[in-house]
Design a binder for this molecule. Sequence first.
Ligand SMILES: Nc1ncnc2c1ncn2[C@@H]1O[C@H](COP(=O)(O)OP(=O)(O)OP(=O)(O)O)[C@@H](O)[C@H]1O
Length: 257
Amino acid sequence: MDRLLHVNTISKSFGGVQAVNNVEFHVHAGEIVALIGPNGAGKSTVLNMVSGVFPPSSGEIRFDNRFMSTVRGHQYAAAGISRTFQNLQVFDDMTVLENVMVGFHSRTRSGLFGCGLGSGRSRREEKFMREQSYRLLKQVGIAELAEKTAGNLPYGKLRLLEIARAMAVEPKLLLLDEPAAGLNHTETAELSLLFKRIQAAGTAILLVEHDMDMVMNVADRIVVLDQGEKIAEGIPEEIQQNPKVIAAYLGQEEVAV
Ligand SMILES: Nc1ncnc2c1ncn2[C@@H]1O[C@H](COP(=O)(O)OP(=O)(O)OP(=O)(O)O)[C@@H](O)[C@H]1O
């Protein structure tokens, strides 16, 4: 299998805090990899480096045969990396469909401003974006909400909306930061099925998640961080029985591996 993402001994410190220390792992094309670990382990910091929010202090990230240090933050979507955030990033006053269309603007030639001018090309692009956005809403299972105002949606549906928007750039790698946070059991199970569908369509997923049922269900491989370092890596069955992982989670009452 192709190595799509290669995280090569990256580190990050914030002032005196060593948030991530020499972490190395990879994601194959079309694979689902979960990044887990106790609170403060460095998961979000790794995700932020992989998505170009900030560069590593040392080490390098290679994606699709490119060194990502040469790619600017706003070029990540075009390079094939898309993400959702721990805190919802939805435009409340826009419709659900329009929220997804925003995701397309980074890949259309006219961009947001061209659409406003009403040129022939931008009208064609707008029609294309509408159709594709609707298709994505169908894929995540909320097409019937397309014309609703996003601000009125329940939390679980907003999470699906964010994923639809992230998929608009047709990423090779989708990064998800705690997608199951705040969801009930049924919603989490539906989300797991959605991830499997996204994977079946060829997109790899790097998932940061505290919900261990979901992680064990959907992940092909799991990378475990503790205090900024990688302490284990393997398939779910191995990770569940790994003494280092169990020890790292001891004292974390809400999370049982
Ligand atoms: N911008 C920042 N400035 C200073 N310290 C930071 C910053 N971001 C993260 N840290 C610190 O780096 C360490 C790792 O944080 P990070 O958020 O990556 O962990 P995490 O595994 O995602 O935790 P959680 O599961 O609680 O979200 C923590 O000690 C955190 O306090």
